[in-house]
Structures are given as structure tokens and as C-alpha cells.
Design a protein around this ligand. Structure first.
Ligand SMILES: *Cc1c(COP(=O)(O)O)cnc(C)c1O
Length: 237
């Protein structure tokens, strides 16, 4: 199968999973995880119907932006973001998925203020409490959500998680369900009705259908679209 067929196959599975869960297929966005992909692979994915690209690394984001590789799609930042690199990301992407500290939150807010814009963000939750992973622990979520809501140049849009790779299909459903509850809790605490906190970014190639069953509104899919990646050097998340 080529990329066009992969995109169609993943879109079909997303729609089927949504319908099976009694959800509108249009309520789930497919974000192509484009790490290590070339400009031409990204252009081909967009030509095949991809409307959102997710980048992991600031360096790749900057290079693809300079090349105009994302033309026709929205770009999101989905990888671990260091505070000293917010300048290269804020205002250049539609959504930052991986805010996991107050320090990073304040840095994003400050840079967005300089640029006179409002940056959409998600808070990343380490839902399975893995030592190696980024993201805040669930009990830290209320405080960070409150901090985000108090930042004038940041708009909190929802939550993101990267649970462990499921050994058995269905294993991650409990984590996805927890994430949905966390989002509902936050929505319940927001007095400002104008906030649109409705995004749940969860599910990757191995488990996006389960994530949709549990309420994902955005799935980040790499391998199922582009095929296997070469082993990564440095930090992948
Ligand atoms: C690479 C990556 C994905 C996609 O992973 P696949 O298993 O290849 O689908 C999703 N989210 C993040 C944050 C990633 O780094």
C-alpha cells in the first residue's frame, strides 16, 4: 500500500470507530505524526488528505516551516518542549500539545504576549505514571489547569496523553477513560463559558481506535501512515 491508501485506511478506521461509539466521525481529527519524515513525504501526506501535521522536534519543525512543507495543513507541536525553545514554536503552530510545567506555561504566555497573540495549548498528563515520560501527574492537573486559565496569552483547549504501548489490544482503554474524566473535571470547574476546553489528544498507531471509543477528539498517527521509522537518536518525546 502507498501513503494515499494508508491515509484512506486510517481515515476509514477512525470513522468506523467513531460510529461504533455513537460519535460523529467529524468529531475526531487525524494528526499525522511527521517526525523524521521528509518535506516531500509531508507534502504527499497533505495531498492525500492530511489536514493536521504534528511535529516532535523544534529543529524539524523549523526546517519544514522554512521549506513550506506544511502548505495546506495546520501544524501542531506534539513533542517535549524545552522552555528555551518556545520562541521557535509559539505563534508558528496552531496547538502545542505538550505543556507539562508551570515554567513552560509561563514561557509560552510570555512569548505569546510579545507577539501579541493567544497560543492554544493542551496540558500533557502522564496518565500511566511512567518514570521515563513527560507530562504532569494527574494530581498536579488542577493546579496547572488553573494556572493556564489565568494566563491571558494562552488558551487552554484540553489534554494530551501518551500512555505506554499496549501489549494487548484494549489495554490502554482504562487510561483513555481516565483522561476523559480529567477533562470533564476541568470543564466542570471553569466558570468562563467562553472557554472551549474540548480537545482530548490521545491514541497512536497501535491504539487510536480504542482512544476514539473512550472519547479522543484528536489522534496522533505516524507509523500507520508513513510506515516504520528508523530508530530515533536522542529523546523522542
Ligand atoms: C511518534 C509520535 C506519535 C505517533 O506514533 P506512532 O506509533 O508512529 O503512530 C504520536 N504522538 C507522539 C507524541 C509521538 O511522538
Amino acid at each position: 500500500m502507498d501513503l494515499t491508501q494508508h491515509v484512506k485506511a486510517v481515515q476509514d478506521k477512525i470513522a468506523a470507530a467513531a460510529l461504533a461509539a455513537g460519535r460523529d466521525p467529524a468529531s475526531v481529527t487525524l494528526c499525522a505524526a511527521t517526525k523524521v519524515q521528509t518535506d516531500s513525504a509531508i507534502r504527499a501526506a497533505i495531498a492525500a488528505g492530511i489536514r493536521v501535521c504534528g511535529e516532535n522536534r523544534v529543529q524539524e519543525l523549523t526546517a519544514h516551516l522554512a521549506a513550506g512543507a506544511y502548505a495546506g495543513a495546520e501544524v501542531h507541536f506534539i513533542g517535549h518542549l524545552q522552555t528555551n525553545k518556545v520562541k521557535q514554536v509559539v505563534g508558528k503552530v496552531a496547538l502545542i500539545h505538550s505543556v507539562d510545567s508551570e515554567k513552560l506555561l509561563r514561557a509560552i504566555d510570555g512569548q505569546a504576549e510579545k507577539l501579541d497573540l493567544v497560543q492554544d495549548i493542551l496540558l500533557e498528563v502522564n496518565v500511566a505514571r511512567e518514570e521515563s515520560k513527560g507530562g504532569i501527574l494527574p494530581e498536579q492537573l488542577p493546579a496547572l489547569a488553573e494556572a493556564a486559565l489565568s494566563c491571558p496569552h494562552v488558551r487552554l483547549r484540553g489534554l494530551m496523553a501518551i500512555p505506554p504501548v499496549a501489549a494487548v489490544s484494549g489495554d490502554n482503554r482504562k487510561y483513555f477513560a481516565q483522561m476523559r474524566h480529567f477533562l470533564v473535571d476541568i470543564i466542570g470547574k471553569i466558570a468562563d463559558n467562553h472557554s472551549i476546553v474540548d480537545c482530548l489528544s490521545m491514541g497512536m498507531s497501535g491504539d487510536y481506535e480504542d482512544a476514539i471509543t473512550e472519547g479522543a477528539t484528536l489522534v496522533r498517527v505516524g507509523t500507520a501512515l508513513f510506515g516504520p521509522r528508523p530508530p530515533m537518536t536522542g529523546s523522542a518525546h
